[in-house]
Design a protein around this ligand. Structure first.
Ligand SMILES: [Zn+2]
Length: 217
């Protein structure tokens, strides 16, 4: 016969590292309830990972965006979690005239790459801001982000590929990897109808989108 002490698990010497506590408070990981009500809404400019029955999901909140997207599928096993639906809600749409203005700028400078940003301030006002270009050619651009006002945030990161087609390069993928923003590239700028690609960048996940056709009308 064993005493109760002998049956108790040994006391662990493990304690959480404060850096892990900070890391997990900035980027929480929550389990989607299987039986209970939905998790509290994610607000402000934050993101979290959600453990659902079928894998890991990323949820991103911005003043202009609510995104829920799957980032990892469970190959086997059974997580003690409920299910969640994908969502991509642009809660504050970017005015089409700002996209048009950038495409005009790109086609007017078809011999070299150009870059600009669409930003949103805390009142929800959008603004086109041109990049501070150090040097550029038909195949590259080196630029700085212009100084932004407090609370002003980049919503769309735009550049051109001069006469080359509009497809995101490996350099673009590396530049966009850790960001939450739309990215737009304009190509074939020397042609009557330039090509355009648009995607949502969400912390390493790229979601290809299409600009509404009326954007260029
Ligand atoms: Zn590019």
């Amino acid at each position: 016969m064993h005493s109760s002490n002998e049956n108790s698990p040994p006391k662990s010497a493990w304690t959480a590292d404060r850096r892990d506590i900070l890391l997990q408070s900035v980027t929480p990981v929550e389990i989607v309830p299987h039986f209970g009500q939905a998790l509290p809404a994610l607000t402000g400019s934050r993101h979290r990972y959600l453990v659902a029955a079928d894998g890991i999901w990323l949820e991103v909140a911005r003043p202009w965006l609510h995104l829920v997207t799957k980032v990892g599928t469970l190959d086997s096993g059974s997580l003690p979690a409920g299910r969640i639906a994908a969502a991509l809600d642009v809660t504050n749409p970017v005015p089409a005239k700002l996209f048009r203005e950038f495409v005009r700028h790109a086609t007017a400078n078809a011999e070299k790459e150009v870059a600009a940003f669409i930003t949103m301030d805390t009142s929800g006002n959008f603004r086109l801001r041109h990049a501070i270009v150090k040097d550029s050619s038909a195949a590259h651009i080196n630029y700085q982000v212009p100084a932004l006002e407090p609370g002003e945030d980049i919503v769309v990161d735009m550049h051109s590929h001069a006469a080359f087609p509009a497809s995101f390069s490996s350099t673009d993928n590396a530049d966009d990897h850790q960001m939450v923003k739309f990215a737009l590239v304009v190509g074939n700028c020397d042609c009557p109808t330039p090509t355009v690609e648009l995607r949502l960048c969400a912390l390493g996940k790229f979601i290809n989108l299409q600009l509404p056709s009326e954007t260029f009308q």
